[in-house]
Write a protein that binds this ligand. Structure first.
Ligand SMILES: C[S@@+](CC[C@H](N)C(=O)[O-])C[C@H]1O[C@@H](n2cnc3c(N)ncnc32)[C@H](O)[C@@H]1O
Length: 213
């Protein structure tokens, strides 16, 4: 495996400067901790090898995904902020990186050929979904699930006390939400949620003779 430099002081500082410029867009004062990133990884479905990361920032989670063994060419990362995109490009030259809005993830994954090889096993998101308007949340989550295998997972962290994806959005997209872990070792402390498609609850067919009116 190539050497992967850990998030250093200059990277943290540049993250903070981007937050000063756009607090709502960046949605955190500092990059995620390795502990939080590892909790996100622990929530991946077993056998995961293909991942799309939304809102890569300066690469705190990207770094841990690569250290975990995800091959760089099986990792597609979207980041909207130009300076952060530039940092990601320098730190991880081999990943499939796009300067793009998460709302375009399905189109980009299709056009770039990422989805031609296979659907993604998981989406890992560091987006500030909680503070987004519901229609935007809906667009992003729906586009993300269009990239996922049937039992794929959308793994998201939040600094809030409840699911960052609104109940209306979950119901409309027929998704389930599960709180899977929490860590104090992050600024601020964070909770990890997993979203999956609802499993169909097919009613087993009854033998003809036993049907009641
Ligand atoms: C809370 S930071 C998380 C950064 C990094 N994943 C981490 O955990 O340290 C959210 C990131 O999402 C990016 N972002 C916000 N809205 C986005 C969008 N619509 N599409 C892509 N990236 C977005 C921000 O620029 C920022 O880098």
């Amino acid at each position: 495996m190539p050497f992967i430099a850990p998030t250093d002081r200059a990277t943290r500082w540049s993250f903070f400067l981007q937050w000063l410029k756009n607090p709502m867009g960046v949605a955190a004062v500092s990059p995620s901790s390795p502990q939080l990133a590892r909790q996100m990884i622990a929530a991946l479905p077993s056998g995961t090898t293909r991942i799309i990361e939304l809102g890569g920032g300066t690469g705190a989670i990207t770094e841990q995904l690569l250290l975990h063994g995800i091959p760089p060419q099986q990792l597609m990362v979207l980041e909207l902020n130009e300076a952060m995109h530039q940092t990601l490009r320098q730190r991880f030259p081999d990943i499939r990186l796009h300067l793009a809005n998460a709302t375009d993830v399905h189109r980009l994954a299709t056009e770039s050929g990422f989805l031609h090889e296979a659907q993604a096993d998981a989406i890992v998101s560091g987006l500030g979904l909680l503070s987004m308007p519901k229609p935007l949340q809906r667009d992003i989550v729906s586009e993300a699930f269009a990239c996922l295998r049937p039992d794929g997972r959308f793994v998201q962290f939040t600094y809030g006390p409840a699911s960052p994806v609104a109940r209306e959005v979950l119901d409309e997209l027929k998704l389930t939400a599960r709180r899977v872990s929490f860590t104090w070792w992050n600024v601020p402390p964070a909770t990890v949620y997993v979203y999956e498609r609802q499993r169909s609850t097919a009613v087993p067919a009854q033998p003809m003779g036993r049907r009641s009116a």
